[in-house]
Design a protein around this ligand. Structure first.
Ligand SMILES: Nc1ncnc2c1ncn2[C@@H]1O[C@H](COP(=O)(O)OP(=O)(O)OP(=O)(O)O)[C@@H](O)[C@H]1O
Ligand SMILES: [Mg+2]
Length: 505
């Protein structure tokens, strides 16, 4: 669905080029709202083809609205997308038609008292494309030094807007990164010497170890290793630089040159202490590394357990020996999942890699005298980590059963034997099929009745943990060219696909 701002744009005749210019303005105009302690509106003229548009002169639509972050707003409502009659707002019409700034007082329906209004034509390549309206209440008290300085800077930006010199071409900072005036500003002259530093800017500089008197001096002369100001004044373009001072303070500097009829007359430097943001970035990185490390250790521990079980198994005979070897194999199939998670500790695990490792494990357990070819087809893609672990155990059991029982005592077709794993994933479910061309299941076999350990584990994991279904049947194995083996077993597992938006099980 289109937003009010998008609908508003459709009602104008603005070209792509002009639109980009206005979007760049709206990406940085928070600074302008703060410098003027005012609400700002951006108005564009409504297309002439709109019915009744021009009956009583031009009418406008509000493209954007910005509130100051350092003073009270005078516009409580959201005006984006609303129409504004040119007759009701004669100052806007005047600025739009003449290309000159207009000022005055106005009673507007959404404000309680009359507002002081300044209309600044936003021009591009000499043509007026929109009008930026500044709305403020008339305050009776005399403005202080800070306020006067901010207003002066705003006026310089206002002139730049009318001279097609602001906003600047090119990419602007992302809105959440861009410093606002409240973060701290330093005003410099055309040679980069400090004319004014706001209290928060002074604090930020103190944190960077700069305590000297600032006025009249260049920040680079005060020991701040920065080149943003110099670059920005020389190129007449904004420059962003992150200055790291001692390992624990990082300040983002955004230097915007101030121009008058094409020449640089100074610069506005916005400073934002991003130390905490960068520290969180680093923490997130180290948290990732920590999770990876944990998976790595879990994998190592599981491998140690499986080695211990193997050692113990060798000391036993008969059933005990077999049982321990089985347990050892099960532990190893879980280690496979942690091995993969230790490389990429996300919630999603590439299951196809796990399948490759499990098939290798099964191959390793095949007796030398047997010829078994493993076929893997299809893909499951990424699977959530808590599905991957039980599913890996299930698949390891099924592969092991095929290796152990299907071709027992040379049963099945003579010569080469086959075991296949086929995977499919759709929006609704994940399917894994494990087949072999061996002897087939014993007579009267029913997976629901088996009490042997391997299939009990499989059944429980699939049904309770994975919330899926399992079937196990005798089925001839397709050998290609329409031929089938005389016997064989097919195990099919279906799991509901987890919607990525839903919390994992
Ligand atoms: N692919 C297969 N081909 C033929 N028979 C199979 C196959 N898979 C399972 N079976 C039969 O099902 C039985 C039960 O399997 P299950 O995995 O539960 O136990 P197991 O493999 O004998 O012992 P373990 O508990 O060590 O896995 C097997 O003993 C075997 O007879
Ligand atoms: Mg088994």
């Amino acid at each position: 669905m289109a937003t009010p701002a998008e609908l508003a744009l459709e009602r104008t005749d603005l070209t792509r080029h002009q639109l980009d210019h206005l979007k760049r303005l709206m990406a940085t105009w928070g600074v302008l709202a703060d410098l003027s302690f005012s609400d700002l509106l951006l108005l564009a003229s409504v297309t002439e083809s709109e019915p009744h548009a021009r009956e009583s002169g031009p009418s406008f639509v509000v493209l954007g609205q910005m509130r100051p972050s350092n003073s009270a707003t005078v516009v409580q409502s959201d005006l984006v997308g609303q129409s504004v009659g040119g007759v009701d707002w004669p100052l806007v019409t005047a600025a739009f038609q003449s290309g000159e700034m207009s000022r005055g007082e106005m009673q507007i329906d959404f404000a309680e008292e009359p507002l002081r209004v300044q209309c600044i034509p936003v021009r591009m390549e000499g043509e007026t494309v929109a009008v930026m309206v500044r709305l403020a209440t008339g305050s009776g008290r005399r403005p202080g030094h800070l306020e006067r300085t901010y207003r002066d800077v705003f006026d310089r930006f206002a002139i730049m807007l009318t001279q097609s010199a602001f906003p600047f071409p090119g990419e602007s900072l992302a809105a959440e990164e861009a410093p606002r005036v409240g973060d701290g500003i330093v005003l410099v002259d055309e040679e980069g010497r400090v004319r004014y530093a706001s209290p928060n800017a002074t604090n930020a500089l103190h944190r960077m170890g700069i305590y000297s008197q600032l006025e009249g001096r260049r920040l680079s002369d005060l020991g701040l290793q920065e080149s943003a100001i110099e670059w920005s004044l020389a190129s007449a373009l904004p420059v962003v630089e992150e200055v790291e001072r001692r390992p624990d303070v990082t300040v983002l500097m955004h230097c915007i040159p101030l121009l008058e009829t094409g020449s640089v007359t100074g610069g506005l430097v916005l400073l934002r202490d991003v130390t905490d943001v960068r520290r969180l970035d680093r923490l997130l990185l180290s948290k990732d590394a920590a999770i990876r490390e944990v998976h790595h250790r879990v994998k190592n521990n599981l491998q140690t357990i499986s080695a211990l079980l193997r050692l113990q198994a060798r000391r036993l005979d008969g059933k005990g020996r077999l049982a321990l070897f089985e347990a050892e194999r099960r532990v190893r199939s879980i280690a496979v999942v942690h091995e993969i998670l230790s490389r990429d500790p996300s919630d999603q695990v590439p299951f196809d890699e796990i399948v490759t490792s499990l098939v290798q494990m099964a191959k390793d357990s095949v007796l030398q005298s047997r010829q078994i070819v493993f076929h893997v087809t299809g893909k499951l893609g990424e699977v959530s980590a808590d599905v991957a672990t039980p599913l890996a155990v299930v698949l390891a059991e099924l592969l092991q059963n095929a290796v152990e029982h299907a071709f027992a005592d040379g049963a099945g077709d003579p010569g080469t034997h086959h075991i296949s794993v086929a995977m499919r994933s759709s929006a609704r479910c994940l399917t894994i099929e494990v087949r072999d061309d061996g002897v087939g299941l014993p007579d009267g076999f029913d997976i629901n009745d088996t009490e042997s350990l391997g299939l009990s584990i499989v059944r429980d994991l699939v049904r309770s943990q994975l919330e899926g279904t399992i079937s196990m049947d005798r089925a001839p194995f397709p050998l290609g060219g329409g031929e089938h083996s005389a016997s064989g077993t097919a195990v099919t597992i279906e799991l509901p696909a987890v919607d990525p938006g839903r919390p994992t099980r």
